[in-house]
Ligand binder design. Structure first.
Ligand code: CA
Length: 224
């Protein structure tokens, strides 16, 4: 397993590198965003640990460019900024998880294991329910023949719905499976994202698939 660490604070980068190497990972370190992006684009890594504030190119810009280029490697963002709006913009740009500095190394280890395991589960075949089809390798979705343009968070929610079709999913279920962070930054964040998803998945079509279940959550199923 190869991990790329992009972190300009050399003591933190060194601690992460030594710790993960003793867990058996191969670790490559870059100290600025531009070099980190170049490395991520030229070599295959199983995980990127990406600091937010970096010289030459900040972490969010690195992440944006990677995702625009179709690179879906798991990304764990490190941030000293713990404001909810920054975390949300990081996750929506395509970070898979984030960790606020300072953090315990054991916490980093746990997140790394989870992200790598989840990425391996994502390598499977396309799956579908009704006429919604999901490509878990490239994070793409279609309804019928029409491609649906989704942010990373929207993609995760739709994939979760399709995998668990015709089952009531609570807001907490959706949050736990699609955000993968322990803290819910906004109380209504699940509803906000489901509204985005409905506009893309349901609004153009006469048959709606995403439905509220009063007092319980949401369900993905066909209702005329
Ligand atoms: Ca930094």
């Amino acid at each position: 397993m190869n991990i790329l660490v992009v972190e300009d604070e050399k003591n933190i980068a060194g601690l992460i590198k030594r710790g993960l190497e003793s867990d058996g990972y191969n670790v490559v370190v870059s100290h600025n965003g531009a070099d980190g992006l170049a490395l991520a684009n030229t070599r295959k890594f199983d995980l990127l640990i990406l600091d937010w504030l970096l010289p030459k190119k900040d972490g969010l810009a690195v992440l944006y460019e990677l995702r625009q280029a179709g690179n879906h490697m798991p990304v764990l963002m490190l941030t000293a900024k713990d404001q909810a709006d920054n975390i949300v913009s990081g996750l929506d740009t395509g970070a898979d998880d984030y960790l606020t500095k300072p953090f315990e190394f054991a916490e980093l280890q746990a997140r790394v294991r989870t992200l790598i395991r989840r990425a391996n589960q994502d390598q499977g075949a396309e799956f579908r329910h009704l006429d919604v089809r999901i490509d878990p390798v490239n994070h793409k979705a279609w309804r019928g023949d029409a491609g649906i343009t989704l942010s990373e968070t929207e993609y995760r929610i739709l994939a979760y719905f399709v995998r668990n079709a015709e089952t009531v999913l609570s807001r907490q279920d959706i949050f736990d499976n699609c955000w993968n962070t322990p803290v819910n930054p906004f109380s209504n964040i699940v509803d906000v994202y489901i509204n985005y998803l409905r506009k893309k998945v349901d609004e153009p079509f006469p048959t709606k698939f995403i439905h509220s279940v009063r007092g319980q959550g949401y369900i993905f199923e066909e209702r005329k």
